[in-house]
Unconditional design. Structure first.
Length: 310
């Protein structure tokens, strides 16, 4: 069962002190804070467990800045923050990052930090012990204080997972643990996909896929049924995805197919002078000899017959 707290439950002049104690006790992060609002401070905090070891919370407040200094009493938690506010600014280990609505950031409560919300705080925060986080996320320190943009590969998806976890009724520990595990797994993948190394891996994968497709085409060059649809089905991808692979090479699927057919036919015409040109054309996927001759001349500047006479 979740718990909810609000500064409306105390007198206005006591609201900021109440909020500091509330946030400090909830997150085990007793900070020295700055009230950035001109009027009375207002804040709401809702808390639920997420499995046996993590908390998921929703925090809303008027403009605020949190500071955790060297002398603070640290806890062994990472904080995963999904920003729902217009703008936030996190500083840790000498690096400052910015988050806008839908962005995510992870920071370590075992190190000093400051977190500024000049237009008001509105976020979902998951606090996860180091040992639990590290079991799912390798090299966790490389992800700290790096903004995962909501428009990045998988970024919006992970943000949706966190929102759904918050909106779902508090689960039994075993199911809460499974939800947390799924979020951490996808969070790791989202950061990897958004990294330069991840982009290189994607490009390598596309290149490898293109190579496999091209090899398949060469091996089946004589099949008249070779088409965008038949090739995409062979590789369990959509026709659109297949076309994108070839567009990166400034060509289309079928243009590349016809080019290979012409190349193979050229070699056979040169090396098999006793085989009729029409038979060579048919063996390499051409059913229309006029179409074959036209494409051949466009490619080599001579007709197949003229090439044999050279």
């Amino acid at each position: 069962m979740g718990r909810s707290y609000s500064t409306r439950d105390v007198r206005a002049q006591e609201s900021f002190e109440y909020w500091q104690n509330l946030v400090g006790s909830t997150y085990s992060a007793f900070t020295r804070n700055t009230n950035l609002t001109e009027g009375d401070f207002q804040g709401e905090l809702s808390v639920k467990s997420l499995g046996r070891s993590a908390l998921i919370t929703r925090i809303l407040s008027t403009p605020m800045e949190y500071h955790e200094k060297e002398e603070a009493s640290y806890t062994d938690d990472y904080f995963i923050c999904l920003s729902l506010c217009p703008y936030a600014q996190l500083t840790q280990n000498g690096t400052t990052t910015e988050q806008f609505s839908g962005d995510m950031v992870i920071y370590d409560n075992n190190q000093p930090f400051s977190y500024r919300f000049p237009e008001g705080d509105n976020q979902i925060v998951i606090s996860v012990p180091h040992i639990v986080f590290n079991a799912k996320v390798n090299n966790a320190e490389t992800l700290l204080n790096k903004t995962l943009k909501c428009g990045s590969p998988l970024g919006r998806f992970v943000g949706s997972m966190i929102q759904q976890a918050w909106e779902t009724e508090e689960q039994e520990d075993i199911f809460g643990d499974k939800m947390l595990s799924a979020i951490l797994t996808m969070l790791r993948s989202a950061f990897e996909a958004a990294s330069p190394e991840g982009n290189h891996a994607v490009q390598r994968d596309k290149k490898d896929s293109l190579t496999l497709v091209q090899q398949f085409i060469i091996e089946h060059i004589g099949e008249h049924s070779l088409s965008v649809e038949s090739i995409s089905q062979q590789f369990h991808m959509s026709s659109r995805t297949l076309s994108r692979l070839f567009s990166k090479e400034n060509t289309s699927v079928m243009r590349w197919v016809w080019q290979q057919r012409i190349k193979v036919s050229y070699k056979l015409i040169m090396t098999n002078k006793d085989v009729p040109i029409s038979e060579i054309a048919h063996q390499n996927g051409f059913s229309n000899i006029s179409h074959f001759s036209k494409m051949f001349k466009e490619t080599y500047g001579v007709t197949p017959s003229q090439l044999r006479q050279v």
